[in-house]
Design a protein around this ligand. Structure first.
Ligand SMILES: Cc1cc2nc3c(=O)[nH]c(=O)nc-3n(C[C@H](O)[C@H](O)[C@H](O)COP(=O)(O)OP(=O)(O)OC[C@H]3O[C@@H](n4cnc5c(N)ncnc54)[C@H](O)[C@@H]3O)c2cc1C
Length: 381
């Protein structure tokens, strides 16, 4: 088969590689001047530091096959994500753990005592939390909610936490021990030479060609047997049903001589600070040495027509619009929608790769069994 793929991020790169291995010819068009989508990394011209251009990316997974897959294309260096938060003139450890609780309340509680203490803080009058705010108040009480969730969430999502669904905060965001590893997953690390080099390795196959600086046009599809599309779902249909809402990010770059903040990610929970966090990129590569440092202040806002879509909003209104696009997609011929933009979901890299591996297998099975290739191998709703 001759197959067209739109986008050179993890989604299409992995599907491309698997189909190329099976003997199919893949042409990828990518509108940006580089591969790797939002995971793109490059060396900063001034400091030589490896920069996560579209925001910090830490690889973490419990999926053994995915972990082995990425390790085939890059050496992974050990990396544990430890996030700090500056609130009210002090620095705290995140996610909220025993250290955070003791420091915040000026106590020396042991785990059982801390559990009882937090339970006493929690708002027990809330039986069935409907909103993010109610959920947080029920879990941790007003003080921790105000310090660590309220301002940050408001800045991140541009609305009151009382307008967001409770489902965003699924489980108790507190640990009653001193574990400050941000992630629970078994495998965690950083690709030694960055994500772009990793994806370059995935795309390095004689059956795969990539055209950069090339935006997809529907006319391109006619010379191919099938298209995998990892661009925005609404964009494929010319936004006929309206624009699916996203949050976008602005990064304000600055240089520092030495070590600016001593860690990779420092959150700013207060509303009066306009940015959500500062990323100091050299701490993502602790095995390298750099005198200079490059940092990004990160601001979140509503995504405009010419902005890069980052986080899908997926509230009631957007979900209704998404259903209409899903209907259109299901009646379209010769195209399968994949990835974070094609299915309008937030996906971590490991989930993206898992879905791409499964998609490639399901597609090859559909070819073997001569059945219709669906618009989605994963239901976006
Ligand atoms: C700020 C931020 C931080 C994140 N941090 C982490 C993290 O720490 N750990 C983690 O596991 N995951 C993280 N992620 C998630 C990660 O970015 C995604 O899993 C990954 O980018 C999904 O890959 P994709 O190929 O589906 O999409 P993308 O990477 O977005 O790739 C899609 C590609 O399609 C191209 N494209 C779009 N439309 C067109 C068109 N019309 N024509 C041609 N090309 C087109 C785009 O330019 C892009 O290159 C983070 C995401 C964000 C937003």
């Amino acid at each position: 088969m001759n197959i067209l793929m739109v986008g050179a991020g993890f989604s299409c790169a992995v599907v491309a590689r698997e189909l190329a291995n099976a003997g199919h010819k893949i042409s990828i068009v990518e509108q940006r001047p580089h591969i790797a989508g939002n995971c793109h990394t490059e060396r900063d011209g001034e400091t030589g530091v490896m920069v996560h251009v579209y925001g910090p990316h830490i690889f973490h997974t419990d999926d053994v096959e995915v972990w082995e897959y990425v390790n085939r294309f890059s050496t992974f260096k050990p990396y544990v994500n430890r996030v700090k938060s500056t609130v009210g003139g002090s620095v705290f450890s995140l996610p909220i753990n025993l250290h955070t609780i003791n420091q915040f309340f000026g106590k020396t509680l042991r785990p059982d005592e801390a559990k009882a203490f937090i339970q006493a803080q929690a708002d027990t009058s809330i039986e069935n939390p409907r909103t993010f705010e109610e959920q947080a108040l029920k879990f941790v009480g007003a003080d921790l909610y105000e310090a660590f969730f309220k301002g940050y969430t408001k800045k991140q999502w541009g609305c009151e936490p009382s307008e967001l669904p409770a489902s965003i905060l699924k489980r108790l965001p507190v640990r009653f021990n001193y574990n400050d590893n941000y992630f629970f997953h078994r495998f965690q690390g950083m690709p030694e030479h960055g994500y772009t080099a990793l994806i370059e390795g995935i795309l390095d196959h004689e059956n795969i060609s990539v055209r950069l600086n090339t935006a997809f046009e529907r006319g391109m599809m006619s010379t191919f047997d099938h298209t995998f599309y990892s661009g925005p779902l609404d964009g494929y249909f010319g936004y006929s049903e309206g624009r699916l809402g996203y949050r976008t990010l602005d990064f304000e770059r600055f240089i520092y001589d030495g070590d600016y903040q001593g860690c990779a990610v420092m959150n700013y929970g207060e509303e009066r600070v306009p940015y959500t966090r500062i990323t100091e990129h050299k701490h993502f590569s602790p095995w390298e040495e750099h005198e200079g440092s490059v940092c990004y202040r990160e601001y979140s806002r509503a995504c405009g027509v010419d902005d890069i879509p980052y986080y899908p909003i997926r509230l009631v209104e957007e979900k209704a619009m998404l259903s209409r696009y899903v209907e259109l997609a299901e009646s379209a011929e010769g195209v399968t929608f994949v990835g974070r933009l094609g299915t309008y979901r937030y996906l971590d890299m490991d989930v993206t790769i898992r879905e791409a591996l499964d998609t490639a297998r399901d597609y090859l099975r559909a070819l073997r069994e001569n059945t219709r290739v669906p618009a989605f191998f994963v239901n976006p709703i």
